[in-house]
Structures are given as C-alpha cells and as structure tokens.
Write a protein that binds this ligand. Structure first.
Ligand code: UDP
Ligand code: MG
Length: 323
C-alpha cells in the first residue's frame, strides 16, 4: 500500500485544528488504497494548539506531531515536516481548510497514475482581497518570473503533493533562509498545475500582515537571483555614460564661451540623484550581505521541543537539532 504524509504547519490554530483533521479524515476514508499520516507541526503557538495536537494523536494513530520551542515561521515548519516525512507521496497544506483536502484524489491521480512528480495548486480568483493586495501579488509574480530562473504561474500556492524523489531533492537544499515556492520550482521535475477557487478561512484568523508579505516578496527575489545587483551595476554604467557626455558639453562650452552662469540647478540635481542611487545600491548590497551573514552562521532551521515521531532518521541526519 502506498503511503501519503500530510504536512501541516500550525500556528495558533486551536479553533480550527480538530475540525481540519475531522474534515480531512472524511476524504482519507474515501481513499482506502493509500495509507495516510499527518505530520502536524506546531510552530510555537501561543494558544492551546499543542494540547489539541496531543489529544488528536491519542485519538488517531495517524496523527504525528512536532512541536517547536518557539515560532520559527511557516517555512521552518514545512521544512521540519518534509524532513521527517517518509511516505511515497508528501502533501504540504495549511491547517485552515483553505487548501481543500477534497482534491486529494485528483492529486493522487496526477502523481500515481499520470506520472507527474508533483501536483501543485494555483488560485484563480482572489475574492475578498483588497485591490492593493491583489495588485501587489501580481507585481510580485511578474518580477519573480522576470528576474529569477525559477518560473511559477500566477497565484502559485504552497499546497501540493510531491513524490518521495522530489522531496529528497528539496531536502538537499539546506539553506537556512528558505523560500519554498522558489525551492519547489528550482528543483525542477514535472509539475501538474490545478486551480481552484479559494475559500475564506473558516475559523481563526490569518497570520499574515502586509509587512510580512513585503518581506516574503523581497526574499523570493533575492534568494534566487542577483538581478538587483546587476541592475545597480547597469545603472552605474548609464550614469557614467551620461556624465561623460555632460562633462564634454560643459568643457566645450567653457572653452568656447568662457565660464557663464554658475550651474546651481545642475549641481543640486546631480548631488541628489547620485546620492539617491548610491543609497539604493548600498541598500541592495546590504540585503545580499545580510543574507550571506545569516547563512554563514549555519543555525538550525528549527528546534523541536516535543514530538511523537520515532526520531531514528532525525538523529542520523541532523545533529544540530535538539530533539
Ligand atoms: N503558519 C505557521 N507559522 C507562522 C504563520 C503561519 O506555521 O508563523 C501556518 C498557519 O497555521 C497556517 C498556514 O501557515 O496553517 C498559513 O497561514 P495563514 O492561513 O495565516 O496564511 P494565509 O492563508 O492567509 O496565507
Ligand atoms: Mg490561510
């Protein structure tokens, strides 16, 4: 019997977690040819999420959990789940039922019968989303596809089912600052995209703020591309060329017409413009240097405090982790 691991990052999901497991169980029960297992990752929730996980684990044998020592972020939670997964197929999904388990059969068909390595989802409709946020995410996908080697369709989501081979490849990317959407497409493999209309969160509230979305977008580009650095070099070149022309014109003017009016406006513009460009370039450089700095520290991506998984494979593969 083929096995499927469901990786579910949970942060303050006390309201919806039990409902999520009950709803998902209904779909699982309709697929008796596969053996499912949950890997619930408690990402340092400050509510009763962990207690609910323990309760669910007592009730269902299929429920496994990992609980972090603090909030490490969704990326770290997904990483922890993938790392501890052993199944033939692995699903990454949210705990709020915005990623409907009802499409498991379709996903299984893609990876098990149609020969795809991955069945990923994208959303078409962005209902209930502000105009500003929608425009921002359009811009993000456009820049991401233009500036980096990793291509992803508009609205690509983390919700997906992957084969063991693909998950193993993902685990070979050991970077600390993880941007999973990019990593998923960076490793390649054949992906089938299916889309569905998103539904509103049933219970609990979204954990995202606009500022974290902005950070996310910056990460998406800088983790996979040095295009911004190249852009600053390109700007430098253009400014240099324009300056040369301007110097020449001024020289000729001075030689043939003598020194005329003092160039107050020109000086002011040049100083402000160059100042701005320099600031921006330093900022971009700083982004990359900061990343190098964080990466060289080589800190563990997460620290687990409790788990009911048998940790054999964990101990072998990662000495950095505190079990
Ligand atoms: N999540 C997490 N750690 C965090 C923030 C969120 O594990 O620091 C989980 C959260 O519990 C949920 C998923 O990531 O299962 C997506 O979060 P949310 O629904 O708030 O995001 P949205 O659907 O609004 O993008
Ligand atoms: Mg959600």
């Amino acid at each position: 019997m083929k096995t499927v691991d469901l990786i579910v990052p949970c942060y303050n999901e006390e309201e919806g977690l039990e409902h999520f497991v009950n709803e998902t169980n209904k779909v699982i029960d309709s697929l008796p040819d596969y053996k499912f297992r949950y890997i619930l990752v408690n990402d340092g929730s400050r509510d009763k999420t962990y207690l609910i996980m323990k309760k669910l684990a007592q009730k269902f044998d299929s429920v496994k959990y990992i609980s972090f020592s603090r909030n490490f972020g969704k990326e770290a939670a997904m990483y922890a789940g993938l790392k501890n997964s052993t199944a033939d197929y692995v699903v990454v999904m949210d705990a709020d039922l915005q990623h409907p388990p009802a499409i498991f059969p379709e996903m299984l068909k893609a990876v098990d019968e149609e020969g795809y390595d991955c069945c990923a989802t994208r959303r078409d409709e962005r209902e209930g989303e502000s105009f500003f946020r929608g425009a921002f995410s359009k811009l993000f996908f456009m820049l991401q596809n233009k500036m980096t080697d990793v291509k992803m369709p508009y609205g690509a989501m983390d919700y997906r089912m992957m084969t063991r081979q693909m998950v193993d490849s993902i685990m070979e990317l050991s970077e600390v600052q993880r941007f999973s959407k990019g990593i998923f497409s960076w490793v390649g493999f054949d992906t089938k995209w299916i889309s569905f209309k998103t539904v509103d969160r049933e219970l609990g509230t979204t954990k995202w703020k606009f500022s974290s979305l902005f950070r996310y977008a910056i990460d998406g580009i800088t983790c996979f591309s040095v295009a911004p650095l190249r852009f600053t070099a390109f700007m430098g070149g253009i400014i240099f060329a324009v300056s040369l022309i301007y110097i020449l014109i001024t020289l000729i003017q001075t030689l043939f017409l003598g020194i005329t009016t003092p160039g107050y406006v020109t000086t002011l513009c040049a100083v402000l413009f160059l100042g701005g460009i320099t600031e921006m370039s330093i900022g971009i450089l700083g982004e990359y240097i900061g990343r190098i700095y964080m990466e060289t520290k080589d800190r563990p991506i997460y620290i687990a405090k409790h788990t009911n998984l048998d940790n054999d494979n964990k101990k072998k593969t990662d000495e950095k982790e505190v079990g």
